[in-house]
Design a protein around this ligand. Structure first.
Ligand SMILES: *[C@@H]1O[C@H](CO)[C@@H](O)[C@H](O)[C@H]1NC(C)=O
Ligand SMILES: *[C@@H]1O[C@H](CO)[C@@H](O)[C@H](O)[C@H]1NC(C)=O
Ligand SMILES: *[C@@H]1O[C@H](CO)[C@@H](O)[C@H](O)[C@H]1NC(C)=O
Ligand SMILES: *[C@@H]1O[C@H](CO)[C@@H](O)[C@H](O)[C@H]1NC(C)=O
Length: 426
């Protein structure tokens, strides 16, 4: 009985060792961090010492049930050729040795998409018994990203606060651990008697000055860990509120004072400016009126001068601001108007015929005109010999023309005085 069992065992041993093909992957599952370059091991044994042809394939399928298996690569020992599917081109290779039965898959820079079941399969002609394939699960891990530490609530006596710690990434999900030291950097078991630490949230109720300190959170999973920290300074609420209120009051008082100063300065500036303008406009204007009768004044009868000045005043006002310096010259320049008037007279000779109609109307001016005869002597010399009487009529008629006969006066009311100035300078 014992001998037969022993013989069977020996036979089995012999059969298995001699027998069929066997493909083996040492572990059911491998964990690697995202971005790592990894090797998935695969070993095979054949009954043939030196098989003439070995075909090795690696394929992958998602761990979900019914997922489609996709081929990664095929290797043919006779030509030592590896066909890599385009999807994996550039990031996979086969570490192969058919004599020792090695068929490792190398993957570089793995991603979460490589979270799959991989299968290593070996085909050897005439050695099709046994276990021709093995599978392995690849778990791609993601290191926790540097967590963010935050304070929720007010760091004041008697308040309830949370210290939160969260990593944006991490696979598997990271776990969090808070540690703290007091204000003298001495480690302490618990920062506060009433504390809960759950899922990265450190909640502290009715905090006191002693809760102040330095807090560090460690976020970790299987592969790595990362830290963040926060300094907590718990303040008395009254002082905190009081100082805030005082600061607010001081700031608003300063703002109001600044506003008042600005407004005051603005008003003063504006007033000063206005005074300056008034001075600039007002003072010379009076001088102008006192010394300067309206420009065409000496052509007019003296008796009318007062009325005319009143009529002209708005016009003179408008001219005033930009004529301040020029005004002083008017007296001198006015002396030139006589000469110019003679030019007008020449031009006006065209109108003589028409003007004769007005002679009757103008007869009542004759007396007044005698007073001007002395002054007009100069012009009379220049005037043509036959129009003496009419021309003098013209001078007086200008007043009437200005008022009734505007179309006759084709010259602008203010003649261009540049040539006159030149005469004066000369
Ligand atoms: C992975 O391999 C690539 C070359 O294929 C190399 O540039 C990279 O540094 C490697 N990464 C790691 C984490 O070893
Ligand atoms: C602290 O966290 C708890 C639980 O998440 C929440 O109920 C509470 O409102 C938080 N407290 C503050 C001050 O944010
Ligand atoms: C908070 O703590 C103070 C002493 O630090 C205690 O007098 C008070 O009753 C506590 N308040 C609450 C709501 O627990
Ligand atoms: C606290 O965190 C900051 C970054 O938020 C880091 O620069 C600093 O080194 C940390 N301090 C300690 C003691 O770890």
């Amino acid at each position: 009985m014992e001998g037969r069992i022993c013989a069977l065992a020996v036979l089995c041993l012999v059969l298995s060792s001699v027998g069929a093909l066997e493909v083996v992957i040492p572990q059911k599952e491998y964990e690697f961090a995202r971005g790592d370059n990894i090797t998935l091991p695969c070993n095979f044994k054949s009954k043939l010492a030196a098989p003439p042809l070995v075909i090795i394939t690696w394929s992958a399928e998602a761990p979900t049930a019914g997922a489609k298996e996709t081929l990664i690569l095929s290797y043919y020992s006779n030509t030592k050729q590896t066909d890599i599917k385009s999807m994996y081109e550039g990031r996979v290779s086969l570490d192969v040795d058919t004599r020792t039965g090695r068929a490792n898959l190398k993957l570089s820079a793995i991603t979460l998409a490589d979270n799959k079941v991989f299968e290593c399969r070996v085909l050897i002609p005439t050695d099709d018994e046994g276990k021709p394939a093995a599978t392995v699960r690849l778990v791609v891990l993601v290191a926790p990203s540097t967590p963010v530490c935050k304070l929720q609530g007010k760091a004041e006596y008697g308040q309830n606060i949370n210290l939160t710690c969260l990593s944006a990434e991490g696979s598997p999900a990271p776990t969090y651990k808070w540690e703290s030291t007091d204000v003298r950097s001495m480690p302490r078991a618990a920062p506060h008697p009433r504390t809960t630490d759950k899922g990265g949230i450190l909640s502290m109720y009715n905090i006191t000055k002693d809760t102040s300190g330095y807090f560090t959170c460690t976020s970790s999973n299987k592969i790595r860990s990362a830290k963040c920290n926060i300094t907590l300074a718990v303040m008395p609420p009254s002082v905190s509120f009081g100082s805030t209120a005082i600061i607010a009051i001081v700031v608003s008082v300063i703002a109001v004072i600044a506003l008042i100063v600005i407004v005051y300065c603005c008003c003063r500036h504006r007033k000063k400016k206005r005074e300056e303008e008034e001075y600039a406009m007002g003072a010379p204007a009076e001088e102008f009126h006192d010394k300067d009768p309206p420009r065409n004044g000496d052509r007019r009868p003296a008796g009318r001068e007062e009325d005319r000045r009143v009529d002209r005043e708005p016009v003179e006002d408008r001219r005033r601001p930009d004529n301040d310096e020029r005004q002083s010259d008017y007296d001198d320049r006015r002396s030139d108007y006589d000469d110019r008037r003679s030019d007008y007279d020449d031009r006006r000779s065209d109108y003589n015929d028409r003007r004769s109609d007005y002679d009757d109307r103008r007869s009542d001016y004759n007396d007044r005109r005698d007073r001007y005869s002395d002054r007009n002597e100069r012009h009379d010399d220049e005037r043509s010999t036959n129009g003496r009487r009419d021309r003098r009529d013209d001078d007086d008629r200008r007043d009437d023309d200005d008022r009734y006969d505007e179309p006759y006066d084709d010259r602008p009311p203010v003649p261009n005085n540049k040539p006159l100035r030149k005469d004066y300078d000369d």
